[in-house]
Each structure stands twice: as C-alpha cells, then as structure tokens.
Write a protein that binds this ligand. Sequence first.
Ligand code: ATP
Ligand code: MG
Length: 840
Amino acid sequence: MARGAAAASLLRICRSRDNGSRNGALLSYRRFGSGSGQFGRSAASRDRGLDPNLDARCRPVSRSLGQLLLRKNLLCRSPYFRVVSAVDARLYCSSADKGKDLEDARVFGSGVMGGENGDGVESSKFAECLDRLAEDGDDLKGENACESISFVDNGGSDESEEWHMVMGEEDGSGGSVSSTVDVAYKNVGSRDPVDLYRELRDSEERANLSRDKWKILQEIFRCLAESPWASNQALAIYIGMSFFPTAARKFQTFFSKKRPADITMYLISLGPSQEAVKFLFPIFVEFCLEEFPDEIKRFRGMIESADLTKPHTWFPFARAMKRKIIYHCGPTNSGKTYNALQRFMEAKNGVYCSPLRLLAMEVFDKVNSLGVYCSLHTGQEKKNVPFSNHVACTVEMVSTDHLYDVAVIDEIQMMADPYRGYAWTRALLGLKADEIHVCGDPSVLNMVRKICSDTGDELQECHYDRFKPLVVEAKTLLGDLRNVRSGDCVVAFSRREIFEVKLAIEKHTNHRCCVIYGALPPETRRQQANLFNDQDNEYDVLVASDAVGMGLNLNIRRVVFYTLSKYNGDKMVPVPASQVKQIAGRAGRRGSRYPDGLTTTFELNDLEYLIECLKEPFEEVKKVGLFPFFEQVELFACQLSNVTFCKLLEKFGENCRLDGSYFLCRHDHIKKVANMLEKVPGLSLEDRFNFCFAPVNVRDPKSMYHLLRFATAYSQNLPVNIAMGMPKGSARNDAELLDLETKHQVVSMYLWLSHHFEEETFPYVKKAEAMATGIAELLGQSLKVANWKPESRQAGKPKPKEKPEQKEDGYERPQSLAKLFSLRRQNKVPEIPHAEKLST
Ligand SMILES: Nc1ncnc2c1ncn2[C@@H]1O[C@H](COP(=O)(O)OP(=O)(O)OP(=O)(O)O)[C@@H](O)[C@H]1O
Ligand SMILES: [Mg+2]
C-alpha cells in the first residue's frame, strides 16, 4: 500500500454524536438551575482565529499535532515548516526559508483552521501532507505515525474542523512528555468540554503516570465524587444525589481506562481542587448522558412527579377567577380580624379560616350571636347550622371547591410556620372567593405581594396601628410570684412550669388561677378563658403557655413572662421576638376590662430581652410552607417500587423541587406515624396518607397505640371501636389529669378519623362526641381544684435536677435563659443548659 494511502486509511473519522440529547440536558439544566449554564461551550473554544500580531502567512497548528511534530523532532528539520511563535499554548508555523512550500503550509494550516475559505481540508490531503512530512522525518514512519491521528468532526456546529492527535506514551520518568506538552496541555482548560469528552472516549493510548501523579488523579476524582456542588449541579441532568457517587465512580473508572495525556496532565496540574472539579464536571455530564440514559429517564420521571414549583398553577379554578385580596396588616390588637369579620358577615356567604379550633369556635359563637347563621367545621367537629351560608373552620379544613363571596384567612403570617404553613399557603392560593381578607403582621406582606403577582389577583393593603400602645413595666415581679396581681396572665412554656406557677400563686396569695395550655381540649380552654374573663368569681389570674398567643380576646391587664426561653424540640432557645410580641399583645384588648395593656417579666434579668423583642421590627419572611396533596404523592409513588410510605415521604422530601419562595413543611411527625403504620398491612396509600395526618401526639405512646389500633381495625374492614372507658370522675392528681388529657386526645382523634374516612367504618361517633364533652368537663372541674405537683408525660424520663436556688416556699426560681443567651452573645457564658422537654 502506498504510504499516503496507508496513512489515509488509518485516519479515523469520528462523527459527532447526536447533539439532541445534550442540548436537551442543557435546556433542562437552565430551567432547573442556578443560572449560568456552567457546562456550555466556552468562548475560548470558539475562538480559533489567528493572532493578529502574527505574520499573515502564519497558521496555527493544532496543539496535539504540534506536540507530536515537535516531539518527533520533525518541525525543526522539516523543509516546510518552522515554529515562529507559541501563543496561547498553540504553535504557529510558517513556511520555511526554502520558500517553495508555502502552499503546503497553507494546506497544513487550513487543516487546522478549517480552510482559508472556511471549507475545511479533506483528510486525504492532510494525509498527503503528513506523508511528505514523514518522508523528511526520522521516526514518523508510515502506519505507526498515523495510528494516533484522528479526524474529529466537531458536531456539525459552526466551528471549524480540527485535527487531533492523541499523545503517545510518557517517557517513563514520571515527568511530562516534554516541555512542549506542558505548553500544550494548559490549553485544555479552554477547550469545549464536548470535544474533550469525545477525545477521552475515543482515546486509545493512555498516559503512563508516576505513582505520585496517579495519586493526585485519584484525589481529584474523590473531590468530584464528594463535591456537594457537583452533586447539586448533576441534578440538572437528572443524576440524583443518591446515584451521583456511583456515576462519579464509574466516570473515574472510565477516565482511568482512557487517560489521554493532555487532559490527564492538565487535570494533574490543577490538583485536587474546586477548579479541577469544575473542569471535570462538564465532561462528566457528557459521560452520564451517554452512559446512563435509563437512570436519567427514571430520575427525571421521579423529579417531575415531585415538582412543587409553581404552586399557583395547582388551582385552575381559582386562577380563572379575578380575586381581590385585602391584606389587613398590623400588630396585635389593632382591629384586623374585627374589620375582616365585618365584611364576612355582610357577605351573602363566606368562610372564616382560623389558626385554632378555639378561635374558630369563638367566631362561630360571635357571628351566630349577631344573627348571621354560621356553621362550624373543624377536623373533629362539624356543626351544620340550618340555613347557614357562612362557615367558621380551621384553616386545614377549608374547602377549595366551594365558591364563596368573602373568605377570611386569619393569622396569615402562619404561612411561614415550619409544620403547618402549607395550610395557609393552600388557602391563599386555592380559595375560590371573590374577596379574600387576610389578617396578620407585616412579616409576610412581601410574600403575599409576590403570590398575588403570580396568581394575577388584585391586592389591596390596609395598614393598622395598635389601638393603645403596649407599656412595659420596668419593675417586673422581681422573681417573686407574690407580686402577681388580678388580671395578670403569667406565661410559661411547659406544662410542668404552668402547674408549678399555679401551685405557688394559689399557695402564697389569695388569687385563684385558670390555666390554658396546648394539651387541653379547646372546650376546656374556653371554659378556663370564660372563668378568667368572668368578673364574678375568684379566678382572676391566668397561667398559660403560648397557646394563648393567637387571636384570642381575653380580659388580660398584664402579661408576665415567667421565662423567655422554650424547648424547640431539641434544645432550649430564646422565645422568638415575633412570638413574644404576639403573646404580649394579649394584654389590654379593646373593649375588654383592661384596654391599656401592660407587659413585664418575672425576673429582672429577662426584662432587657423582652424590651429588645418588642422593639424589634417584624422580620420579613422569605419563604412560605408547602406540602404535596395526596395526588402528588401518589404520582410520585408510581416512580418507585417497593418502598415503604415513610421512605416514600423521605424520598419525596429529597427529590421535590421548589422555587425560592417556598419550603417543604417539616413532616417528621408524619413520618413517625407512617413508620408505626408499616406494621399494618392492607392499607392503601391514600389510607396511610390520611392516617398520618390524624391529630396524634407522637410523643405519647398511649395515643400512638390507639392510632395503631384504629388503623388495624380499619385495615381489616372491621367497625373501629373506641375501646376506652369513660373516666369515672375528675382528676385527683396529676397522673389522673394526664390520663384525662390523653383520653380526650384519643377520642378527638377518633372523631377526626370519622370525618376523614367513611362514616360506616367509624360508627361510634355519637359515643365519641359524648365522651369528648364529658372528658372536657371533667378536665375543667379537675383544673379548678388542681393543686398538685406536675408529673411528666413521658414514663421513665429522668426527673429534672434539683436547682440550687430552691425557695423554702416550694417553688423553684427558673434560671433566666434569655439573660444567659444575651451573655453568651457577648461570649461571657459558655453553654446553654438543656432543659426539660415541653409537654404542652
Ligand atoms: N371598630 C371596632 N369597634 C369595636 N371593637 C373593636 C373594633 N375593632 C376592634 N375591636 C375589638 O378590639 C379587639 C381586638 O381586635 P381584633 O381581634 O380585631 O385585633 P387583631 O388586630 O386581630 O389582633 P390579633 O393580632 O391579636 O388577632 C377585639 O375584641 C375587637 O372586638
Ligand atoms: Mg386577629
């Protein structure tokens, strides 16, 4: 075979892969991602023009070809070419002095340049040219010389074709092949990653590496596999976080097998660094697109079914309406709810969405007493008043199917609540009402503005000021509960503290205390609130948890913070300023016996923190809560097989996509229930989903046990029994009181389930209702006489240590944690002590 023909026959033409998939991925990436499309083609890789400073006859020789030629000592001896410059790690050659071969240089150069007229050079011409070079060289001979040459089409882009030549073996010394190579590989960083991947994929000669360099390379790949940035970016092409390490490992194996010298040396020059990761990543992307189409497809399906971006599109009917949103924005006790309710009552029909059952009941009573028929819908209770067109409900229960003239969503700032926020977001996005009044503090005003611009609803803002300013009493109680006065509400953040305070006040003063805390049924809370509000009895002090903090109208003269720290489920933290304001705002309500509100602390130490909180402006909320509907979870479940419901929720949490204005609400408690219900076979996905939302205290084993029992009976198609006796009488000690609380929770859970599942399966609703009323009454009676030391709900929990400052009169002075935090901010105190978990 003629030498030229032999060379030509060995030229391989590597056509580009179909670019469609890559472009698709890039599109997805941009849609998904954080902006700048980091694996697009670099401008440098497009710039293949001549350096204007070079002689017009000079042509760049492709880097790899230049490397080979130099390495083989061809250029310096060639009659045709000489190196005139090295710019940007690229050799520029000109015809040599002999002068007659300029044409060859042009041909050679145009091979690199894509032809002077942009039409490229045929490979045979290049082969010819190479042959002529070879004739003059010593060791670039025939087939051996040409074996490492490939002709690469750059994928049909508008860029020129380019000659590539894969570098040969390293010289064995562990060093680079030559200094020319050093110059050459530096250009790798500016090359198109798509080309780099092709070079890598098609590489047949792998660079030998010294042990040190091999180690560096391993480190670089470890960095890639462990890079949170890369793992996050890989989501853009639907490489999931869990699959990413596998993909990265396979990429490493692939690279190790190929290891073209220029890319390898360039990588090693970067070392194990973020730069190396960012260089490798787009090549890794190309690899993944080619190697893992099935995984990508699967993950893409999963991601798309967990897409929580654009939640405003979830409610097409509401979107078809032109709704008017009126934001009643202001601090506590400024008339927000009052004004919204005026419109609610004037309307032909309306819905009021409350954050609490108790507040829904309050509105239900008030509206009916004013002659507007109104029904009540809470998770546990449905009171349908005949002829009513109005309904007061808890926000979780509001229907997005009914059409209303006026809707009120109270305490709209709860959209940012980590657990329940989704219910407010859903109501705002989905309510089909011509006019929606939202009441709340200014913290979510900007979010509501943004949502309205997404939904196309009209927004009107009404700003309010507090009727009367809240006054801080500088004197405080000086750490002595004997300084409590009539009309005081002492706020503590655990059930235990509430009872300790009540006990101490009743023992050392003539006041009698009512109590309100989270574990009490709303009926009992209302009974206690009425007892306190009523003038004609001895109950003139209220001891309460933050359960009094929202919207309730009580006759409170002064709010006294017993402590300003609370357990957040993990550790003791200062009560957030927004909550302090909300609670303090209970004092001095318009129309009450005490229109001028006062607030103070039990300890002088806490006063500063209280003042700080009250002065603090409302912090702007940047994200509000979301949670998927059952249908979304179901769609997601179709993408996964053989996973438990708990795992499904976990996977959903990992893979769901949200835009920057939303967060996925915390659902640890739901997962706990889901986990427990794994023991119950035969529940459909929807059943599991509904059971998981039942109101159960996951920290109370008795309540959990009853939920398990209900679910088991339900799964066996048996009528679900309450299977719990009515308590004999009111509580005589704290254990009995706790038992009453639990029993009420269980009955309440039964009622909730009866409203969320087929009625026939929960046939004892009437019995449950009677029990709920009875137990709430017993609780009320018990609280009236309660004068015992509180117990812990959790069996076996270690008792809190005796505190050093124990007063002889039987109650412990709480340590001022707010003060401790403030000192810690100034680095004066090392650690905040852990404290007992809240049981409210
Ligand atoms: N215009 C009014 N006329 C008579 N009473 C009013 C008026 N506005 C408000 N009130 C009364 O003032 C009290 C506080 O009003 P409202 O409950 O509307 O305050 P709010 O701003 O919603 O407070 P919060 O943030 O605590 O919910 C209520 O008892 C309410 O009935
Ligand atoms: Mg209100």
